[in-house]
Structure formats: C-alpha cells, structure tokens
Design a protein around this ligand. Structure first.
Ligand code: MG
Length: 170
C-alpha cells in the first residue's frame, strides 16, 4: 500500500505535469499567433509529452489502488516577447520540475516505498533529457539573436519534431 504522504505528493506532481502541459500549449498558441509554425509544432509535441507524464503517474496510482485527485490547474502566461524568452522559461521551468521529482525521490526513500522509487527513476532520467534539450535550444536562439534568416532556419528545424508516446505508455 502506498502511503498517504506519497499519494498526495504524487497527486501534486500530476497537477504539476498538467500545468506544464498547459504552459507549453500556451507557448504553442503564442508561436502560432506570431507565424512561427515550427516553434508551435515543437511546443505542441511538448504539450503532449507533459500529458503523458501525468498519465504515467495516473496509471501508477491506479495500479497500486491509490486515488487520483485532479486538482485545479493554475493559469499560465499567455504571451512571450520572443522565442528566446520561451526557451528561457522552458529551461527554468524544467529545472524546477527536476527539483520536484527529486523531492518525490526523497519522500519515496523516507517512506521506504521501493516501487514508487523504481517508477520515479524514469522521471529522473527524463529530466536530464528535458533540461539538456531546453539548454541546447536556448543556446541556439541566443546565437540566432534577431537575425531573421537564422530564426527562420531554427523554426524550420523545430517543424521536423514528431511526437512519440513516452516509453512507459508504449
Ligand atoms: Mg514533465
């Protein structure tokens, strides 16, 4: 049986993953409005991935007979000054999520909940990837600056991203 403390921590994480999804959807909408279809495509894939993260936790809770609580999702920013600002926010948000996952790991260790610890390992690895990707793209946008051709090239590159369901759902 999964402890009450662990359950409520996971329910808060489900909410945080859904908020992440909402944040990236908002970035996609802003990029679409500004005729940056590649960036919009990239954030739409990100939006789906965050929903996958919530789903993985929901499946895990259900498998262990715990109750999933869908808490209210807070509002998100609606507009960014530039794609550079979007990727700045993306990186700092993912760094925060990493800290949240680390807190869950600490709770699982304290509760001696080894099943949850095992499930969390995928998220620990995933966060390394999320931060690395966001950091690389942030650097690319910093280098592009206000050079229109460089920005267009980056937008075209991000148009190529395709969504794949997260491995634990496959
Ligand atoms: Mg996530």
């Amino acid at each position: 049986m999964i402890s009450e403390r662990m359950q409520s921590a996971i329910n808060r994480q489900i909410n945080a993953e859904l908020w992440s999804a909402y944040l990236y959807l908002s970035m996609a909408m802003d990029a679409e409005a500004k005729s940056l279809p590649g960036i919009a495509n990239w954030f739409l894939a990100q939006w789906k991935e965050e929903q996958d993260h919530a789903r993985i936790f929901q499946n895990y809770m259900n498998a262990r007979g715990a109750k999933v609580l869908l808490l209210p999702v807070d509002g998100v920013p609606q507009e960014w000054d530039s794609p550079l600002e979007m990727f700045r926010d993306t990186l700092s948000h993912e760094q925060e999520v990493t800290q949240m996952i680390d807190r869950l790991v600490r709770i699982a260790l304290e509760e001696k909940d080894f099943a949850t610890l095992s499930r969390l390992q995928w998220f620990v690895d995933e966060q390394v990837e999320e931060e690395d990707t966001a950091e690389t793209l942030l650097t690319d946008f910093e280098r592009a600056g206000r050079d229109f051709t460089a920005l267009k090239d980056l937008d075209n590159r991000l148009a190529a991203r395709t969504y794949h369901p997260a491995a634990p759902l496959g």
